[in-house]
Design a protein around this ligand. Sequence first.
Ligand code: ZN
Length: 287
Amino acid sequence: MSWLTRIRPQLTAMLTRRETPENLWRKCGKCSTMLYIKDFEENLGVCPRCDHHERIDPTIRFHQIFDGDEFKRLDVPKVPEDPLKFRDQKRYVDRLKTARTTTGEPEAMIVASGTIGGEAAVVAVQNFAFMGGSMGLGVGEAFLSGAMAAVKARCPFIVFTAAGGARMQEGILSLMQMPRTTVAIAELREAGLPYIVVMTDPTTGGVTASYAMLGDIQIAEPGALIGLAGQRVIEQTIREKLPEGFQRAEYLLDHGMLDMVVHRRDLKSTLARVIGLLMRQREAATA
Ligand SMILES: [Zn+2]
């Protein structure tokens, strides 16, 4: 029996033992502090040490935003899958399958309705964990369904953005979601209903170039990366060093691109206040 064969069971036991505490702890993505998951979740997915706002999935977001943890998920019509029969290192259908298994969600944007501080609202949340939150036909359809549900219910439409940009596996069809979502926003405007954007980390590419920048009110979470092209690409193109904190929420607020940067703990009350103000104004205008 070789030495390795002899110690293998001990090694396995050691590794298995280590797995258990790892499920209870996670590392902060910014300051690397080990955080007890329960504390981290109670703190709304924000690091208690450095205030880093971690990316959170749509269901957690809905629980944080809607009153009394009560909300109704909207059914989104199915879209043609893999229309280009695309394949890079992997087939697109396989990438979709993996994303669905790991996130437990059908697509990168989920829509739900409920009340926020007593105000009715439809909320769409983009999920960065699902293929980088990329915008394809499915996200476009979810956005449209959300906007139309808001028009029907005569309530505001709120979108939490998080995306690496367009879904390249859908080529031009993915880019078509930019004008498509823009038209949906125009319909909300025509109905006199508020469209509010909350940009979360990261919001980039075609999403920034369309619905993420068209809100009546533009909010962002602290430290969120927001931009069209990446910093390195811009630096290489203009051959200049970019300023510190460029493309971060606070920098954009200072330069007039945002209305507010709001801490996650204040997000719900801020949204309730903003919706209340805008809806009362609307009622006064239509009375
Ligand atoms: Zn931290």
